[in-house]
Design a protein around this ligand. Structure first.
Ligand SMILES: Nc1ncnc2c1ncn2[C@@H]1O[C@H](COP(=O)(O)OP(=O)(O)O)[C@@H](O)[C@H]1O
Ligand SMILES: [Mg+2]
Length: 377
């Protein structure tokens, strides 16, 4: 039987990122506030739901409100499945988990303009009902309401786990979109989305190579970088914008790429190679410009498994060292899910989850809303 202190320290983090590849679930025990991973799993999206999410997130389908509402509930059921599966596999009774932190699935992120908003689906009430665990969700909107970007939310945890006093370091998350956390030698923390990463690589690979992602970067490796296309893509105004900034799939998707007329004349493999170079160059430019004191770059997110991309980053970032967070004992595939377990705990403790220096919010904010588990019936 678990003691009451166990109950207070076990949290479950759930997220599906902009790659829309899978729901990542991780069970975390907090020991003196530091997360220790107890169990984790990735629950791949069934293809029909993935297609619906992508169509919605990329604005490809005229979505009616009924379909939208149904998708919100269906996503929640799959999130609950992932949570229940990780509990079952680790033989963890639901009542020993203090709360689930569920990020949901982002389907739109528009952090600028007159009425900035961000939208994550996966009805938290459904997850609380199915799992019988309190759920904390809706982590981004309080930051947006306070004038922030609502993203990225990982830097505080990155600093706690990987910061080293007197040492300049960047944590690079290669998800659908790439983001960096900049840790300066004097303890400063900043961070922002640098631009596209796996989202575009996956989409082009699926369309022209018939595979949902470019395993190891093998497809890109068969092509040649087209410098005209690369320069045209890099001239997008997003890359030159000063932080705070964040972006998503509604901006960097295949339509964005297709707006370049020369695309039709290029071999698909050359475009893949150019997109890989675009990711590497935009990340490297961001680090050179905004993190000049960086001595090493620690990579997490699925892109860490793309050996061609990692190799290219390594070359561009010389003399800085590049490695996986795994080399520091942190599983690169579950750091984001861990962050949402941490954010749920922050919410229950009444502590802020955002860093105003990162998101641009007016001040620190307690993030997320609590959806209580039903009483036993
Ligand atoms: N072996 C691999 N080779 C190349 N890319 C990979 C590999 N494994 C994972 N990926 C990439 O990582 C992506 C998932 O990364 P993830 O960190 O989950 O992103 P997100 O947080 O946006 O969901 C996949 O869509 C794929 O592009
Ligand atoms: Mg993912």
């Amino acid at each position: 039987m678990s003691s009451s202190s166990d109950f207070a320290s076990l949290y479950l983090g759930l997220i599906s990122g902009t790659s829309v590849d899978s729901i990542d679930a991780t069970l975390i025990r907090f020991d003196d506030g530091r997360p220790e991973m107890q169990a984790s799993l990735s629950y791949p999206w069934p293809n029909p739901i993935r297609q619906q999410i992508l169509a919605l997130a990329q604005g490809e389908a005229a979505f009616d409100l009924d379909a939208f509402g149904r998708l919100d509930v269906e996503i929640a059921h799959r999130f609950a499945d992932a949570a229940l599966k990780v509990l079952e596999q680790s033989r963890t009774p639901a009542h020993t988990v203090r709360a689930i932190g569920s990020h949901g699935q982002t389907v739109r992120h528009r952090p600028t303009g007159k009425h900035p908003f961000t939208l994550q689906l996966g009805d938290p009430s459904v997850i609380a009902e199915r799992c019988r665990i309190d759920v904390v969700a809706d982590f981004r909107r309080a930051d947006l309401a306070a004038g922030g970007q609502g993203a990225p939310l990982l830097p505080a945890l990155h600093a706690m786990l990987l910061g080293q006093q007197g040492y300049g370091r960047v944590i690079l998350n290669l998800g659908g979109i790439a983001n960096i956390t900049v840790l300066t030698p004097d303890g400063g923390i900043s961070g922002f989305d640098t631009g596209p990463a796996n989202g575009l690589l996956d989409a082009w690979c699926l369309r022209h190579h018939g595979k949902p992602f470019d395993q190891n970067g093998d497809f890109a490796a068969t092509g040649k970088i087209n410098s005209r296309l690369l320069d045209a893509l890099l001239s997008d105004e997003y890359f030159a914008l000063p932080p705070p900034k964040s972006t998503g799939r509604e901006y960097f998707h295949l339509h964005w790429l297709s707006s370049h007329p020369m695309l039709d004349q290029l071999k698909p493999a050359d475009v893949q190679a150019t997109l890989l170079e675009l990711t590497a160059r935009s990340v490297c430019d961001a680090i050179t410009q905004h993190a000049p004191e960086t001595r090493d770059v620690l990579v997490c997110g699925g892109g860490v498994h793309n050996s061609i991309l990692m190799q290219r980053l390594r070359e561009l970032l010389v003399p800085r060292m590049l490695c996986s967070t795994a080399d520091y004992g942190i599983d690169p595939d579950f750091l984001e899910a861990t962050a949402f377990a941490w954010l749920a705990r922050q919410r229950l403790l009444g502590l802020p989850g955002n860093l105003p220096a990162v998101t641009g919010a007016r001040g620190p904010r307690v993030l997320g809303a609590i959806y209580l588990a039903p009483d036993t019936d």
